[in-house]
Design a protein around this ligand. Structure first.
Ligand SMILES: *[C@@H]1O[C@H](CO)[C@@H](O)[C@H](O)[C@H]1NC(C)=O
Ligand SMILES: *[C@@H]1O[C@H](CO)[C@@H](O)[C@H](O)[C@H]1NC(C)=O
Ligand SMILES: *[C@@H]1O[C@H](CO)[C@@H](O)[C@H](O)[C@H]1NC(C)=O
Ligand SMILES: *[C@@H]1O[C@H](CO)[C@@H](O)[C@H](O)[C@H]1NC(C)=O
Ligand SMILES: *[C@@H]1O[C@H](CO)[C@@H](O)[C@H](O)[C@H]1NC(C)=O
Ligand SMILES: *[C@H]1O[C@H](CO)[C@@H](O)[C@H](O)[C@H]1NC(C)=O
Length: 764
């Protein structure tokens, strides 16, 4: 039976049918905003980005007779530049092209305004371009908790502008708590039962997926109602520009109290996730065979549609990092069918957006199970996100998702942890490999980071590569990146970025990088830091950046971009130096060299002080801003304390007892001084004492103490931290540079790996 189906699918794929399925699917999820409304939205965007005066230099037009996903640029005889595009997003992408390649001006995640000189004569460029990706996708369900948790509409407004300029036309709108709260109440759950289900604002992503429940709550309806209003505003802004947004659909997870209401329904407790205690885990899963599944699914989706409208695309992930109850094809097939059919019952045009992440658990998800799941839904009705294509592509193993259209995604970071890393060559070549896959079903490129606000260059590159069919010339691209970023074409700045390209941004093969560096991990004698590059590249790049201080223009916030990068590279240097100091500390302990241990330990504490100092000099690296924004979002004063607790717990203990301790750690000022440094101090003291008394270090004792004295209490503290930068970044960075050159023999990495890039073009 399954063999026959596979044969059929392969036949369909071989006839090139999957491309048609892709086109058919895409035609369903186009937003219904009229061209004239999109034009208006783009015009307003240009005013926000360039200011009113400069915005008058541009004319825009949304023209549906143009090729799908294309734009064209020309200079009119009025000396204005006219950008026409197939939709609002295409016009914005065209604007970005003109700004970057004609005017040498660029935007980034947090710089979405551009200052153009007075009396600017716009260069005469005639250019047209069509996207190589029907879909340019952005967001991970986790980004909503790690990065967007505390945002207001003003922040969203700027972010949506950035998304449009990057050509992004599909993203998520996961907010659903208010709808569920009302629904559960109508079904008969008590207020207490409902409160016990919803996790706090910093942990909603995992409660939505059924991983946890109730942790860091409650989530009062006063707050969820405001979040719903915010989501409506955000959606309207996105759709006005021509973006499509995927809404949540039922995935089977319900509160444990639903057993009281439906004693006879087939409900199964979900698997325990990351050792969360029973009070915070194991929501129920409504078995797809039970009529209750469809009943809840349709009720919920109808409310979602009423609340948010629809672009006919819905996401639902029943088994994110959790095993299905049965490893049987019939069971996973029934689950997929139940989800799809209930979507379809509400919206005949429904497309199911699915994260391919669950298939990574290959010990459970055998080929037979994956196939049964994906082919349970008629071809062309699932859009799969190949969530971490740059490391764990699943599209090859799944025969291009058995013909269901998919998006090649770069996930890149976990938990929004900081640290410069990435692989520009894997991105550049990997996208080509997936696009050229014979009989493949790839329809787009996406970025799916768990957190944002880091490694800007990598995301800029991936999004540009998403639009372009040809591979980017990386050396040129990086030279030009330095120019547009700092507003000056200078060999030192270009050279600095070439050094970064060839080091931190060029890992090859599998890296499994999880943002775990000695500094921000719980100290122990059991770590083995590694790197894939020669750390002297960072030192050289840093020195080059420092030396260019005087030539950075002051206009258009260029100096702020420069200062940000200077802080980041100083942070990177100190992070990797700490790894090396740690390796040497470990060796001193093993060799029982007390004096050397004390010397290296004092250097590490000095390094943490320097790290604190440099981070404090930039508004982008402040614990204070994160805590402040959490408190500002709280609708009542009682909730302020809880929201601050949420904000603190997520970036440290992540759970009641450190369930995934430091998973989302951040190298931020405030956190270094009051969390990372005290942990190291406690550790160094304990090891020193052990060496002095010639006993071995008691790791168990240290773990208990550090958890009790530092890690767990941190979530409950209420100390206020600065929300503005302190000190001059260049001056501090330069001092740190001079100081650490002297210690270089203690901080040189001795070993690193270097392997050639190897991307396979698999045929099947
Ligand atoms: C722009 O350049 C093109 C090609 O060189 C030329 O034909 C056109 O007249 C120019 N447009 C303006 C407004 O100068
Ligand atoms: C559950 O099943 C029992 C036995 O068939 C029946 O008596 C009871 O009314 C059912 N309860 C509900 C809520 O349907
Ligand atoms: C930018 O600088 C490089 C190196 O100094 C130089 O070769 C190139 O011509 C410059 N480009 C422009 C357009 O000025
Ligand atoms: C790293 O680069 C520096 C400077 O180019 C060089 O002197 C050093 O030998 C390199 N280290 C290793 C381990 O290759
Ligand atoms: C290590 O510390 C733990 C917890 O304090 C204690 O129970 C244990 O006896 C200690 N082990 C040794 C070898 O001292
Ligand atoms: C991108 O968006 C939809 C899918 O979300 C696709 O159908 C369409 O062709 C693309 N158009 C836009 C809005 O750029």
């Amino acid at each position: 039976m399954h063999g026959l189906r596979l044969l059929l699918i392969l036949l369909l794929i071989q006839q090139g049918r999957s491309k048609d399925f892709g086109a058919e699917l895409l035609s369903r999820i186009v937003p219904e905003t009229k061209p004239i409304e999109q034009e208006l939205a783009v015009r307003e965007l240009i005013e926000r980005v360039l200011g009113e005066r400069a915005a008058n230099l541009f004319e825009v037009q949304v023209d549906k007779s143009l090729e799908l996903r294309s734009y064209q640029i020309e200079l009119l005889t009025t000396r204005k530049v006219r950008i026409a595009g197939w939709d609002g997003v295409s016009v914005c992408k065209g604007l970005h092209y003109y700004l970057k390649y004609a005017l040498h001006k660029d935007v980034d995640w947090f710089k979405t305004q551009i200052e153009l000189p007075d009396n600017l004569q716009l260069p005469n460029i005639t250019y047209r371009s069509t996207s190589a990706s029907a879909i340019v996708y952005y967001q991970n369900v986790c980004t909503w908790s790690y990065s967007f948790a505390w945002w207001n509409f003003a922040q969203w407004r700027r972010h949506i502008d950035w998304m449009a300029l990057m050509g992004i036309n599909l993203s998520l709108a996961p907010n659903q708590e208010h709808i569920w709260q009302q629904l559960y109440q109508e079904l008969g759950l008590s207020a207490e039962e409902i409160a016990a289900h919803f996790a706090g604002p910093a942990f909603q992503a995992w409660q939505r997926m059924g991983n946890i429940r109730g942790w860091a709550g409650p989530l009062p309806p006063t707050y969820t109602r405001l979040q719903q209003l915010l989501q409506q505003q955000v959606l309207q802004a996105q759709r006005a520009l021509g973006m499509s947004v995927a809404l949540p659909a039922f995935a089977g997870h319900v509160p444990v109290a639903m057993r009281r209401i439906y004693p006879n329904a087939s409900l199964t407790a979900m698997e325990r996730w990351n050792h969360f205690p029973s009070s915070y885990c194991c929501s129920l899963f409504v078995e797809p065979s039970d009529p209750l599944f469809k009943q809840l699914a349709t009720l919920f989706l109808q409310r979602v549609q009423q609340t948010y409208g629809s672009n006919h695309i819905y996401f639902s992930d029943p088994f994110n990092e959790m095993r299905p109850r049965l490893a049987e094809p019939a069971y996973v097939e029934a689950t997929a069918k139940a989800i799809y059919e209930s979507m379809h019952a509400v919206d005949a045009q429904a497309v199911w957006l699915l994260q391919g992440w669950m298939f990574l658990r290959t010990s459970f998800w055998s080929d037979a199970l994956v196939q049964a799941f994906l082919t349970a839904v008629p071809l062309g009705n699932i859009l799969a996100l190949d969530l971490q294509s740059e490391q764990f592509p699943q599209y090859q193993r799944t025969y291009s998702y058995y013909g269901q259209p998919f998006v090649w995604c770069m996930l890149h970071n976990f938990g929004g942890t900081l640290g410069m890393f990435g692989s520009v060559e894997i991105i550049n070549k990997g996208i080509t490999a997936a696009r050229r896959l014979p009989h493949g079903s790839m329809v787009g490129v996406g970025i799916t980071p768990e957190g944002i606000g880091q490694n800007y260059v990598l995301y800029a590159l991936t999004l540009e590569r998403a639009w372009s069919d040809a591979e980017l010339q990386l050396v040129d691209w990086f030279n030009y990146y330095a120019w547009t970023r700092y507003g000056v074409n200078d060999t030192r700045l270009a050279q600095a970025w070439q050094l970064l390209r060839g080091s931190v941004y060029s890992y090859y093969g599998l890296e499994r990088m999880r943002g775990k560096y000695a500094i921000n991990r719980r100290p122990s004698l059991g770590q083995t830091p590694w790197t894939w590059y020669n750390s002297s590249s960072i030192e050289q790049a840093w020195q080059l950046l420092l030396s260019a201080n005087a030539i950075i223009p002051l206009e258009d916030d260029k100096y702020a971009m420069y200062a940000h990068d200077l802080v980041d590279i100083t942070r990177q240097f100190l992070q990797q130096s700490a790894d090396q100091l740690y390796v040497n500390l470990k060796s001193a302990y093993r060799k029982k060299q007390l004096q050397r241990f004390e010397y290296l330990g004092s250097k590490l504490l000095l390094l943490l002080d320097d790290l604190e100092l440099i981070l404090a000099s930039s508004s982008h690296f402040l614990l204070g801003s994160w805590l402040q924004s959490s408190k500002q979002l709280a609708p009542t004063s009682q909730l302020r304390a809880n929201f601050e607790f949420n904000a603190r717990n997520q970036i440290t203990a992540w759970g009641p007892d450190g369930q995934i301790l430091d998973y989302a750690s951040k190298q931020w000022s405030g956190l270094v001084a009051d969390y990372y440094k005290p942990r190291w101090q406690l550790f160094l003291d304990a090891v020193t004492l052990a060496l002095q008394s010639q006993r071995s270090f008691n790791a168990t004792d240290y773990k208990l103490r550090v958890a009790k004295e530092i890690e767990l209490p941190f979530s409950y503290e209420t100390k206020e931290y600065p929300t503005h930068s302190i000190g001059d970044s260049w001056y501090i960075s330069q001092q740190i540079y001079a100081r650490w050159l002297d210690f270089s023999k203690d901080t040189q990495f001795l070993h690193y790996n270097c392997l050639p890039v190897n991307i396979r073009y698999t045929e099947f």
